[in-house]
Each structure stands twice: as structure tokens, then as C-alpha cells.
Design a protein around this ligand. Structure first.
Ligand code: NAD
Ligand code: UDP
Length: 313
């Protein structure tokens, strides 16, 4: 049945893909965004859609709308963006969660939180299962994001315990695909943009640190599946692609796909940069019947095609 669905951060990279998917399934989508890192160009192809609506709004202020479900994605995701105004980042996660949980409580509707693998910090357990409590520096440059997201998870589970709210917490691992911001400093967009422009590929540290990259279509499929689960399924649930690569391997893959002759340059490793990351997705497999379907080479190819179009190179 068609639902009216609120997506905060709906003009961002992931939010725009989620908006498309939920519209394609016949729902009404209300996209709420303050356009800090999101952009109208991410959603302009949806502007004429009769079931799509956009509200410019900052989630740190209360919001009054009538909806059937909430996906709470509002929060800058790349280190460059979330460290630009760290106080606002924590406020967005914490006050934004309180406002959206309050809305969900008033309406008695399910709410999904876009949490993150960053709640595991620089993990001492590998691969990361949902039971692992993490290894997070509370006072470093990444803390505004990591601790903000951890506090948001606490709020979600307290609203569940205190008010029996239907909560869904998804821990998203590094996701990539078309509509990533070309200048947001994340590794996949950086490497592709650098390769296409023939500029040096910047590897931070020696490039032996690992990440596991999930294609955005797979991720939004996992989000929608989690939202569709019964009341007793709350998460947290890891959603990511267990294929784990070093940053050197990623650079080689991008060079291969673009056919670029860019050189590789090493830069200092940022403080608190996690050394390794790979999701254990047993829970997503059993509770959502979900697993990723897009291999890195195929996902990188469509991301490269997208950046070729927007950069016109
Ligand atoms: P993004 O920066 O492209 O999107 C975030 C969106 O939130 C933007 O449109 C931005 O304008 C909006 N926003 C920020 N602050 C806001 C505020 N105060 N009020 C209203 N809107 C606000 O990032 P993304 O990659 O699409 O990430 C979406 C969500 O997924 C975030 O919550 C992020 O933490 C989470 N996540 C992303 C990844 C990833 O790899 N991309 C990994 C883990 C978690
Ligand atoms: N990184 C890199 N070169 C870049 C950008 C990032 O080597 O131009 C590294 C970064 O140090 C980290 C990894 O790539 O080890 C992933 O960085 P990203 O910011 O994409 O995600 P996160 O660290 O938040 O997982």
C-alpha cells in the first residue's frame, strides 16, 4: 500500500537514491533537507513528480508533518564536511534524532536511523559484528560524527524502551555510487575525480588501511527491507559489502577502469583513521534476507561513468 514517507537528508547522496526507490514503489516522498551537503541537482529530476515534495528545513528544529514512516539520514557523512562545523554535526545527530523521534512518537510510526560503521571506531574486532561495542576516541576530530551517531543510537533504543516506538537502526558501511559529491574528500570520489583529471591519486598513509565498499543500490535495498520488518526487529543491523580492499588496491582498480595514467602520491594519514573495516553481515542475511549484489568493479564502472558526465572529461 502506498505510504507517505519522510526522508531527512533526502537531497544527499544516499537520500536521493532512496527517494527514487520509494517513489518507484508507489509511495509519496517528503524530502527534508537544509542543503548543507545535499543539492537540488541530486533531486531535480524528481521535482515534477506528483508524489515528491521538498521542504528546506534544518532537523535541529522541530518539524510538524503528517507521515507514515521516517528515514532519518540528515547528517554530513564525509570527514571533510562533518569536521567543517563539528558542533553543528553533533547537534544534527543528537537534536535531529530527538526531533524526529518526537515526531515518530506523536504519530506512532516506524523510524529508521542511518547509523554508521563509525560507531565501531578503529575496531579491535574484525570483521565487525553488531555485538562489538567499538573503539571510539571521544575527544578527537572524528568524535563529533562518531559520538553523535552513537548518542543517536542510544536515543533510538531509549525511545524504544520508554515508549515502545518501532525503531530500525542500520549501521551503514562505506557506500559509493553516482551523486557522491565530487569534492567531499571521500576516497572513492577523490580517486575517481583525480584519475579522470589526470591528477595524482592521493593515498593517505601507506595505503594498507582497508575499507569495504557497498554500492548505493544495494544499500537502499537493505534500508527498505529493514523498514519493512515487524515491530520486534530493531537492529542494529550492519549493511555493507564484506569485500575488503586496501586503499592501494582501490587506487589500482580506479586506474584500471579509467585507463588513467595518474601517478600515486602519499599524504599524511589523518588522526584516528581506522586501520581496517569489514562488516559481518550474518544478521542482515538472516533477518532481512539481504546481501550485496554489485561487485566493486561493476559499481566503480557506473560511478566513473557518472563522474565523466558531471565533470565532462
Ligand atoms: P550526504 O552528505 O550526501 O547527505 C546528507 C544530507 O543531510 C545532505 O543532503 C545534507 O544537506 C543533509 N543535512 C545535513 N545536516 C542537516 C540538517 N541539520 N538538517 C537537514 N538536513 C541536513 O551524505 P550521505 O552519504 O548521503 O549520507 C546519508 C546518511 O547516511 C548520513 O546520516 C550518514 O551519516 C549515513 N552514512 C553514510 C555512509 C556513506 O558511506 N555514505 C556511511 C555510513 C553512514
Ligand atoms: N583516503 C585516501 N585518500 C583520499 C581520501 C581518503 O587514502 O584522497 C583514505 C582515508 O585515509 C581512509 C580511507 O581512504 O583510510 C577511507 O576514507 P573516507 O573518508 O572515504 O571514509 P572513512 O575514513 O570515513 O571510512
Amino acid at each position: 500500500m502506498s505510504k507517505r514517507i519522510l526522508i531527512t537528508g533526502g537531497a544527499g547522496f544516499i537520500g536521493s537514491h532512496l527517494s527514487e526507490k520509494l517513489l518507484a514503489e508507489g509511495n509519496e516522498v517528503i524530502c527534508v533537507d537544509n542543503f548543507f551537503t545535499g543539492s537540488k541537482s541530486n533531486i531535480e529530476h524528481l521535482f515534477g513528480h506528483p508524489r515528491f515534495e521538498v521542504l528546506r528545513h534544518d532537523v535541529t528544529f522541530p518539524l510538524y508533518v503528517e507521515v507514515d514512516q521516517i528515514y532519518n539520514l540528515a547528517c554530513p557523512a564525509s570527514p571533510v564536511h562533518y569536521q567543517h562545523d563539528p558542533v553543528q554535526t553533533t547537534k544534527t545527530s543528537v537534536v535531529g534524532a530527538i526531533n524526529m523521534l518526537g515526531l515518530a512518537k506523536r504519530l506512532r510510526i516506524p523510524i529508521l536511523q542511518a547509523s554508521t560503521s563509525e560507531v565501531y571506531g578503529d575496531p579491535a574486532v574484525h570483521p565487525q559484528t553488531e555485538e562489538y561495542w567499538g573503539n571510539v576516541n571521544p575527544i578527537g576530530p572524528r568524535s563529533c560524527y562518531d559520538e553523535g551517531k552513537r548518542a543517536a543510537e542510544t536515543l533510538f533504543f531509549d525511545y524504544r524502551r520508554q515508549h515502545d516506538l518501532s525503531i530500525k537502526v542500520i549501521r551503514i558501511f562505506n557506500t559509493y555510487g553516482p551523486r557522491m559529491h565530487p569534492n567531499d574528500g571521500r576516497v572513492v570520489s577523490n580517486f575517481i575525480v583525480q584519475a579522470l583529471r589526470g591528477e595524482p591519486i592521493t593515498i593517505y598513509g601507506d595505503g594498507s588501511q582497508t575499507r569495504s565498499f557497498c554500492y548505493v543500490d544495494d544499500l537502499v535495498d537493505g534500508m527498505v527491507r529493514l523498514m519493512a520488518t515487524p515491530h520486534d526487529v530493531t537492529g542494529p543491523i550492519n549493511v555493507g559489502n564484506p569485500g575488503e580492499f586496501t586503499m592501494l588496491e582501490l587506487a589500482q582498480a580506479v586506474l584500471g577502469i579509467t585507463g588513467s595514467s595518474s601517478t600515486i602520491e602519499h599524504r599524511p594519514l589523518p588522526q584516528d583513521d581506522p586501520k581496517q573495516r569489514q562488516p559481518d553481515i550474518s544478521r542482515a542475511r538472516s533477518e532481512l534476507g539481504w546481501e550485496p549484489t554489485v561487485a566493486l568493479a561493476a559499481g566503480l564502472q557506473s560511478t566513473v561513468d557518472y563522474f565523466r558526465r558531471v565533470l565532462a572529461v
